[in-house]
Each structure stands twice: as structure tokens, then as C-alpha cells.
Design a protein around this ligand. Structure first.
Ligand SMILES: *Cc1c(COP(=O)(O)O)cnc(C)c1O
Length: 348
């Protein structure tokens, strides 16, 4: 068709997890928090609405957020870039660093969006399989990649690669290296203290641990020379006043974050143990979801039977790897119901 870039014409487009109407399903498919955001978020949004700020443009760089994040994370505000969700940050990274015909690399299986970003950019995408215990492939990273993505914790596995060794390996190549830490708040380690000089940009989101998936806010932390170039690429006003107010309030309530994290980790242990008892091979998770596989029977029918019973989880099938079920850590009641229905399905 004339006028359409061929890479767009030939790509199928990223398909996000199903988002059914409210209340229709118990939703354990896209790793949202089962808990509400901090009460301070509601206060901040209310304050923004009543102070007549909607008629004005937001802060273009999100300086109020950057100041607050800078204090919390111990980096300079100039090392922080705000985004309309961390997916927006991943797009900005691609547009800043990957030429048409260039190369994006990522270990696999991992976040499916990385391939779509390569396709959108007209770039090639190269994956190298993780080791069987979800450690980095060797050799890694790929020397001629223009941009490398590593989700850490990874999805769907929920596993973590030691951040210090990631930084060591990343320093072997000259091009930017993205450490996608969407789930870092649920993990035992993260790369923040290593960020500064060098070529690693960390991305974070408020969608998961801060229970703000509906607000769309994420950010990058990286070396100033890289962040400076990325600033040129982002839309002038890529975050609105409500999301900026909500995000700033959310990160200023660390007690609340720790409390929800504690609850989610407790439920995660229970979910993992119960799935193992039911005969699943469960990968030890450092995220707010659990990856479960089995080799004695097919898992896709289980996903379908659960869906028929109004419980939505994620069925994933990866080329050259295989399939499994990814279950978000919901509330205790949701997980109890999920386990009860799964037992019924297995006994049918
Ligand atoms: C959820 C997720 C993101 C994106 O989150 P946003 O909602 O766009 O902030 C990025 N990377 C990974 C690996 C994710 O799972």
C-alpha cells in the first residue's frame, strides 16, 4: 500500500494483555496491584483538581517529581527522565539510540514489547536464550547491538540476574544498555547504586508496585549524557498534571509501598508453594507474579477453563522455549479462589 512504511505494514502490532470490563473477571493477567494506591495519591489528585490546574500545561520535565525522586534515589534530578508509563520511556530509548536498519538485542524469553519496538523503528531484533536457570547467556551482550534490553526481574520468569554483574558486562560494549526494572520493588536487589557513569539506563514504572497502572507513569534513571539526548526525543508534555501529582505523592509514601510489598511477597510464597503442591514446576519469583509450567499435561486448557470460570491469568507460549502460565499475585482472597478453581479443573 502506498504511503505506509513497509516495516509498519508488515508488523502485526503489540498486543497487550486482555483488559476486560471492571468486575467481569478476577484479573491475574497483567501484574497490577490488588491493593489501592497510597491515600496520599488521592489527596494529591483532589488538590490538583480543586486548584484549577487542569487549564495549564504541566511541568515539561516534571521537575517536582524529579526533585522528589532525586532525594529518594540518591541521584541528580538531571539523571531522571519522566514518561507516560515506562513503555513511553522504552519508546524514547529506541528512538534516541536505534537507527533504521539498526539492531536491538534482548535475552529470551522476555518482555514481548521489545520486539515490537524494533519493528516500529525498522530495526532488526536479535534474541539469545537465557540459560536454563534464567541467567545471562554467554557471550553477552551482543557487541554490535545499538540498544540492549534486559528485564530484571524478567518476565515471565520473575527471576533476577545479579545487577553488579550486569553493569560489568554492559561496560564491555559502547552502546546504551537498558535495565528494565519494572518489578524491582519486589526483588532483593536492583541496579540503582551502580547507575551514573557508563552506558546503563534503568527504567522504572509506577504501574506495578505503586498500584498506578491506570495513571500511566514511569521514569528512567541514567547517566546524564544519555538522559540529555533522550530529553530531546520525548514529547514536550508527555506526562499530565494528574499523573505527575499522583506519581510524586506515591513515591513520597515509602511506608505504604513497604506495607503492600510485604503483603504481596507473603501471598507470593503461598501461591508458589500451592502451585508446586499441585504438580507445577514453579520458578522462584522475585516479582509480583509467578511462572508455572508442567511437562505431564497441557496448560493451555487450564488457562481456558479458568477463563470460563471468570479467572483471567496469562498463557504464554514462546518460540524455541515452550509454554507456561503466568499468574499475578492478587489479594489473598483472589489467590484462594484461583487455587480452588484450579484444583477443581485438575480433578475434572
Ligand atoms: C509492565 C511492564 C512495563 C511497563 O509498564 P508501564 O505500565 O508502561 O509503566 C515495562 N517493562 C516490563 C518488563 C513490564 O512488565
Amino acid at each position: 500500500m502506498p504511503g505506509i512504511r513497509s516495516n509498519i505494514l508488515f508488523m502485526s502490532g503489540y498486543v497487550p494483555g486482555e483488559q476486560p470490563r471492571d468486575g467481569e473477571y478476577i484479573k491475574l493477567n497483567t501484574n497490577e496491584s490488588p491493593y489501592p494506591p497510597s491515600p496520599r495519591v488521592f489527596d494529591a489528585i483532589r488538590e490538583t483538581l480543586t486548584s484549577n490546574r487542569l487549564r495549564k500545561y504541566p511541568e515539561p520535565m516534571g521537575d517536582t517529581f524529579r526533585q522528589a525522586a532525586s532525594k529518594l534515589l540518591g541521584v541528580s534530578p538531571n539523571q531522571i527522565l519522566i514518561g507516560n508509563g515506562s513503555d513511553d520511556i522504552l519508546t524514547i530509548l529506541t528512538r534516541t539510540f536505534v537507527p533504521e536498519g539498526g539492531l536491538i538485542a534482548s535475552p529470551a524469553p522476555s518482555y514481548i514489547l521489545y520486539r515490537s519496538l524494533a519493528e516500529l523503528q525498522g530495526a532488526r531484533f536479535q534474541t539469545v536464550p537465557f540459560t536454563t536457570d534464567w541467567q545471562l547467556p554467554d557471550p553477552w551482550p551482543i557487541a554490535n547491538a545499538d540498544l540492549t534490553f534486559l528485564a530484571n526481574p524478567n518476565s515471565p520468569s520473575g527471576t533476577v540476574v545479579d545487577p553488579a554483574s550486569v553493569f560489568r558486562l554492559a561496560s564491555r560494549i559502547g552502546t546504551p544498555f537498558v535495565l528494565d526494572e519494572a518489578y524491582a520493588d519486589f526483588a532483593e536487589s536492583n541496579g540503582l547504586k551502580n547507575v551514573g557513569e557508563g552506558n546503563v539506563v534503568i527504567t522504572r514504572t509506577l504501574s506495578k508496585s505503586y498500584a498506578l497502572a491506570g495513571i500511566r507513569f514511569g521514569f528512567a534513571v541514567g547517566p546524564e549524557p544519555l538522559i540529555r539526548e533522550m530529553l530531546k526525543v520525548k514529547d514536550s508534555y508527555n506526562c499530565d498534571v494528574l499523573s505527575l501529582a499522583a506519581a510524586t505523592a506515591a513515591i513520597q509514601d515509602q511506608d505504604y509501598l513497604h506495607e503492600t510489598r510485604r503483603k504481596i511477597l507473603a501471598t507470593r510464597s503461598r501461591l508458589s508453594a500451592s502451585l508446586a503442591e499441585l504438580g507445577f514446576e514453579v520458578t522462584p519469583s522475585q516479582s509480583n507474579f509467578v511462572w508455572a509450567r508442567r511437562n505431564d499435561q497441557a496448560v493451555k486448557p487450564m488457562y481456558e477453563a479458568l477463563k470460563a470460570r471468570k479467572i483471567l491469568i496469562r498463557y504464554m507460549n514462546y518460540p524455541n522455549y515452550g509454554d507456561g502460565l503466568r499468574v499475578s499475585v492478587g489479594s489473598d482472597d483472589e489467590i484462594d479462589l484461583f487455587l480452588k478453581e484450579l484444583k477443581n479443573i485438575l480433578n475434572d
